[in-house]
Design a protein around this ligand. Structure first.
Ligand code: FUB
Length: 380
């Protein structure tokens, strides 16, 4: 289904669903103002005893799982990380672009990034305001899509895709001494970077890797030859599907140490996942995490709207397909991250049920757990 058809379907479905969400206060802040605190997505205290009402209202409210963390500003593509025991979310900031939906995703015309933070799930989610704007990135022209962040060398790094002046997706980096920014962008994009959806994983040995790439609007299929080919098409039928791309990061985290290479995703027999296998093949939104010495590559299947995963003993793969994590959400896109926080594992994801518009999405979270063999229990 095209972006456009799905958008129409989503609007009809979600106008009903929207009614089931509670109202909320504005959580955004204008650049330069103090951080705003979310008062949305809170569970009402069950106690109705009048004498305990004031004590109840003094209690911190809990952030409820599977409900939008914000309801009057739209964030998507949540990349969650824990820095110094605090949870930070690096999302896209969705806006009303007024651009007609198309399969290249031109309607996803985002212009800036905010950083969100959570002390624990019994306190509010804070929007720390604008951390980087398109106008401050010398090489970028439009579409600030799904970002990610990393910490190393006493510095925070914000990695972000955007189209350059030739309308080719590249990946940029910006730095800050604070996890919430403001971030100062490098003058040019990361050399040899292309396509979108960067995700940076740092291993126990302190080596960092960037995973990236996405089909269609993400242009991955236009790089099959190693050069940009505006007529490049995705593999079809029984051809092996394209995998995401990985590159080791240099020690300064500002460039690639080596030429980026494709990650292989294979089935249980060791055969490449095929292009026709749309329930399992990689589309966009790669994320890598480690649990008990296994590396997990999770990603969106795009056209079939699943979040699925594959496992490996090596951060560069090959990864063996294992199963689904998340069923299709409301809206065309699905995008996630997986993070360990205070001893538990969480999946952060988004949907478009609140707005009814595919490119105005809301982020949420749910707890994640593993089976004893290391496979991930699908989210209900
Ligand atoms: O937010 C724009 C794009 O939509 C992201 O880069 C994709 O992963 C999809 O979520």
């Amino acid at each position: 289904m095209s972006f456009f058809k799905k958008a129409v379907a989503t609007i009809m479905l979600s106008s009903l669903l929207t009614l089931s969400f509670s109202s909320c206060s504005n959580n955004s802040k204008a650049p330069g103002s103090t951080a705003a605190i979310s008062e949305v997505n809170t569970q009402e205290p069950a106690n109705t005893d009048k004498n305990s009402e004031s004590a109840e209202s003094d209690k911190p409210k809990a952030l409820e799982p599977n409900r939008p963390l914000f309801t009057d500003i739209f964030f998507a593509d949540p990349s969650a990380h824990v820095f110094n025991d605090k949870l930070y979310i690096y999302p896209s900031h969705d806006i009303d672009s007024g651009i007609q939906p198309n399969n290249d995703g031109d309607q996803y015309a985002m212009e800036d990034y905010h950083v969100l933070s959570i002390d624990d799930f019994n306190s509010a989610c804070i929007d720390n305001g604008q951390a980087l704007h398109l106008k401050d990135v010398p090489w970028a022209k439009r579409q600030m899509w799904a970002p990610d962040a990393a910490y190393k060398n006493n510095m925070y790094y914000l990695y972000f895709p955007a189209k350059d002046k030739e309308d080719i997706f590249r990946i940029g980096v910006a730095t800050s001494t604070s996890p919430t920014g403001p971030f100062k962008p490098e003058k040019s994009y990361i050399e040899r970077s292309f396509s979108m959806d960067p995700a940076v994983f740092t291993d126990d040995d302190n080596k960092s890797y960037m995973y990236f790439g996405g089909l269609w609007g993400g242009q991955l299929e236009k790089w099959k030859t190693g050069e940009y080919d505006s007529n490049g098409t995705a593999p079809q039928g029984s051809e092996p599907a394209l995998g995401p791309i990985v590159a080791s990061m240099s020690d300064d985290m500002l460039s690639f140490k080596e030429a980026p290479q494709e990650v292989s995703i294979v089935d249980e027999n060791g055969n490449p996942i095929l292009a026709s296998d749309e329930d399992r093949r990689f589309f966009e939104g790669a994320w890598v995490h480690k649990y008990n010495d296994n590396y997990y590559l999770s990603y969106s299947t795009g056209t079939t709207h699943y979040i699925v995963y594959a496992m490996s003993k090596n951060p560069k793969g090959p990864f063996t397909y294992k199963g689904k994590i998340l069923n299709p959400v409301k809206g065309w896109t699905t995008h996630h991250s997986i993070v360990q926080f205070k001893g538990k594992w969480y999946l952060f994801y988004h949907d478009a049920s609140l707005s009814g518009v595919d490119h105005k999405r809301s982020i949420m979270y749910t707890e994640l757990s593993y089976n004893s063999d290391g496979t991930i229990k699908p989210v209900n």
